[in-house]
Write a protein that binds this ligand. Structure first.
Ligand code: SME
Length: 161
């Protein structure tokens, strides 16, 4: 499988670049989206620091339904416009939440989560799912993290069925 070595010597921006490189490698050897999605969440959890949850929710009707993830068992369905994930879907934009307790309507799946980053996945401009990252640290995600992870999502979008 994927070899991950020397992470301890990498800066945060190198880790983000490395996660994208690993995902790009997966796209070269696998076309099954379910398999790619599963390894995408595992890559993020293995490479990035201070995450307690990394995974996907996919649009089904007027709800998001839990997809592949790493972390504790999570809520399986989120309605349109609800929580950080449903809001990112409704607003069709990334949402970076410095303090989840200050976000009205935040859905607490893991009580350890303190900050969160949600990035929509789009097909022909329409949101088809979201990548959700949770951290036990307040204000874990920077603007640089957001931009790099939007790039990570763009790679995965290339493989959407
Ligand atoms: N916190 C999210 C729910 C999903 S869990 O964090 C995995 C939200 O408010 O939408």
């Amino acid at each position: 499988m994927i070899k991950i070595e020397g992470l301890e010597k990498m800066s945060s921006s190198q880790k983000l670049a490395y996660a994208k490189l690993l995902l790009r490698g997966q796209l070269e050897i696998e076309s099954n989206f379910r398999a790619l999605e599963a390894n995408a969440s595992a890559i993020l959890m293995a490479v990035l620091d201070d995450l307690n949850w990394a995974g996907f929710y996919w649009v089904e009707g007027n709800q998001l339904v839990l997809g592949s993830f790493q972390g504790l068992p999570a809520c399986t369905r989120i309605s349109y416009g609800k929580g950080v994930c449903g809001s990112a879907w409704k607003e069709n934009r990334s949402l970076r939440v410095e303090d989840v307790e200050a976000f009205p309507g935040h859905i607490a799946c893991d009580s350890a989560s303190r900050s969160e980053l949600v990035i929509p996945l789009r097909k022909a401009g329409r949101v088809v799912g979201v990548l959700d990252l949770d951290s036990p640290l307040l204000n874990r995600f920077s603007q640089e993290d957001q931009e790099a992870l939007e790039g990570f999502v763009e790679i995965l979008e290339e493989a959407l069925d």
